[in-house]
Design a protein around this ligand. Structure first.
Ligand SMILES: *Cc1c(COP(=O)(O)O)cnc(C)c1O
Length: 369
């Protein structure tokens, strides 16, 4: 039986092979730097456990996620790699981080002290990456206050500083002035270690934009997210690494009809034709994460042809205007793939490809190929 026979006529197909190929392409591009695949937000919609397991078996040395909960899901699925959790650490979560052997982001002396005490209580060593804010103004100690944190971090005997990192706010832009400024600030902070004759912990700042556009930012480790999934972070970045999109979103025609002029289609009557047209219904909606903003703007591919969405996207269905094109019930409908990129969908919906991918929710079955 075909794996899609047993599921609703809408699914996402994920090529784990494409993800592994993208990982290899990134590795080749960054030379000696190590690669930390970022699998937060359900691996950008691709399925966190399947993607993490595939990358582990493919030789990835570590993983990055945003939340404690995401890392715990990976541990429960048997993922034994080092995992860095990027987000902030609430004091009450520290024992769980330690129990699951997860690396924490630390950006204050106070937090380091709490981590040190929690580790001492269970007679272990906690691993942290110091988080330096070089201009994102999100989390992290400001670069101009970092020295005290680095100094203090040397004195907590139950804490191992495994890494030190920062994050770019504008590495996917055409103008790299601010990204270069962030990198310069970070490099200045890092001088702390050689100045004292100390070995630096693993130094990292590059996300996809940095990997593609700023080779000097690769340092010891890079943290690709979106590009691992075969999507460029913006339309501005040069394609210095060749990537393969890993995800396609497929559905089927479930209804066919001819709509007469004067009969508007879907909620709000926002679309109608001045001549009879063929219209088909596709069983996907904003309840699956297919943006309502695609109403009267998005396109799909049926039988190799692009066709526009007619009227509003509903929660569970939307309609497509074939004009006089041909389609039968059961025909494949491609929402992403067959020449429609996540960037195209993002442009139509007024957002970025990151949101298009992470928005595809658990109602849509994932099929791995
Ligand atoms: C999400 C994230 C990344 C990956 O970013 P991309 O632009 O998808 O490559 C890297 N580092 C941190 C800290 C992140 O939060």
């Amino acid at each position: 039986m075909n794996p899609t026979d047993a599921i609703r006529p809408a699914h996402v197909e994920v090529s784990l092979g494409a993800i592994a190929q993208n990982y290899d392409a990134i590795r080749a591009h960054v030379g000696t730097a190590s690669v930390m695949p970022v699998v937060k937000a359900n691996a950008y919609g691709h399925g966190i456990v399947e993607v993490a397991r595939h990358l582990m078996n493919h030789g990835a040395p570590c993983l990055g996620v945003a939340l404690l909960e995401e890392a715990v899901v990976l541990r429960q699925a048997g993922i034994t790699l080092p995992i860095l959790v990027f987000g902030g650490v609430a004091t009450r979560q520290i024992p769980q981080f330690i129990a699951h052997d997860l690396m924490m982001a630390a950006s204050s002396i106070d937090k380091l002290r709490q981590i040190d005490e929690a580790a001492a209580a269970v007679k272990t060593k906690a691993r942290v990456h110091l988080k330096i804010d070089t201009g994102m103004e999100r989390i992290g100690v400001h670069w101009y206050n970092a020295e005290k944190l680095l100094e203090a971090s040397l004195s907590f005997i139950n804490v191992e500083v495994a890494g030190i990192y920062s994050h770019f706010a504008n590495s996917d832009a055409a103008d790299l002035t601010s990204a270069r400024e962030q990198l310069a600030r970070f490099l200045e902070v890092l001088e702390f270690y050689p100045k004292r004759g100390l070995q630096s912990p693993q130094r990292h700042i590059a996300n996809s934009g940095g990997i593609l556009q700023l080779p000097e930012s690769h340092l010891d480790l890079v943290r690709p997210g979106i590009m691992l999934y075969g999507v460029y972070p913006s339309k501005e970045v040069p394609h210095t690494v060749t990537l393969q999109p890993a995800l396609s979103w497929k559905s089927q025609v479930v209804y066919f009809k001819v709509v007469q002029p004067g009969s508007p289609v879907s909620y709000g009557a926002t679309w109608q034709s001045d001549h009879p047209v063929r219209v088909v219904t596709v069983p996907v909606g904003y309840g699956d994460g297919y943006f309502r903003a695609l109403s009267n703007r998005g396109q799909v591919v049926i039988r190799g042809q692009r066709h526009p969405i007619a009227g509003r996207v509903c929660m569970d269905q939307f309609m497509v205007n074939l004009e006089w094109g041909t389609a039968y019930n059961g025909d494949a409908v491609t929402l992403i793939g067959d020449g429609i990129s996540a960037q195209d969908v993002a442009d139509w919906a007024g957002t970025i490809p990151y949101e298009v991918l992470t928005n595809i929710n658990s109602r849509v079955p994932r099929v791995y190929v």
